[in-house]
Ligand binder design. Structure first.
Ligand code: TIU
Length: 224
């Protein structure tokens, strides 16, 4: 079983029971004109993690391992968007409003699509989720359990919102979780750093963190 150098301790993961989870790498967050920009954020801050996720995704695909992509979005009638979420803040465009990439944060619109660099393959799981966490109101847990998945490696955006929420949901459901440090970004670099620290504090209260180089090295080592 591969082991990788991680914090707070080395992380051992059975390859056939491990999935790569890529959270919300969709145009709505990464490109101008989407939900992230409408909230007043600088979307360029999310760019550094894109090639890193690409490299880890390629390594998982080369070995035929399980890959999960998620997308945050709502039905066209917004029936799955609570008023509390719809009304929050003072965005320039609200959820469901028409924007340059179609209706903001609505499933199936151009802005809801995963960026081309990370486009899912037909064999990979794609989870549409109405919340920040990928387990809330989705079939994710059942799909993972049906495949015997016990270990999750997390990547995607944004670190302290959808990535951390999903990792906490997974941890409570008994999955062993690791966040790939350079495969995630936030609009607030200080929040990203704080998230990494709070995940691995207290002996790994939410899980582990490790750089992508350690993940890739452990995968290469497992091949030999
Ligand atoms: N606003 C923000 O940082 N994130 C989100 O609204 N969703 C995700 O993190 N995907």
């Amino acid at each position: 079983m591969p082991t990788l150098e991680a914090q707070p301790t080395p992380f051992t993961f059975p390859l056939s029971k491990t999935a790569l989870v890529i959270i919300d790498m969709q145009r709505d967050f990464v490109e101008p004109g989407g939900f992230g920009a409408a909230l007043g954020n600088d979307v360029k801050l999310l760019a550094p993690s894109i090639p890193v996720v690409e490299a880890v995704l390629a390594a998982f695909r080369a070995r035929g391992l399980t890959v999960v992509h998620t997308r945050e979005g709502h039905r066209a009638d917004l029936g799955d968007c609570p008023p509390a979420k719809l009304g929050r803040g003072k965005p320039s465009l609200r959820i469901g409003d028409p924007g340059p990439m179609g209706r903001i944060l609505v499933t199936g619109e151009p802005g809801n699509q995963i960026i081309p660099e990370l486009a899912p393959l037909a064999s990979e799981l794609v989870i549409d989720k109405p919340g920040k966490g990928a387990f809330y109101a989705t079939p994710l847990d059942g799909l993972l359990r049906a495949r015997g998945i016990t270990h999750l490696l997390f990547s995607g955006v944004t670190t302290e919102v959808c990535v951390q929420t999903t990792m906490r949901e997974a941890n409570d459901r008994g999955y062993e979780c690791l966040l790939i440090e350079d495969a995630t970004d936030s609009y607030f670099p200080a929040f990203k750093q704080a998230t990494l620290e709070m995940i691995r504090a207290q002996g790994g209260i939410v899980g582990w963190t490790a750089p992508s180089a350690a993940v890739l090295e452990a995968l290469r080592h497992a091949d030999s």
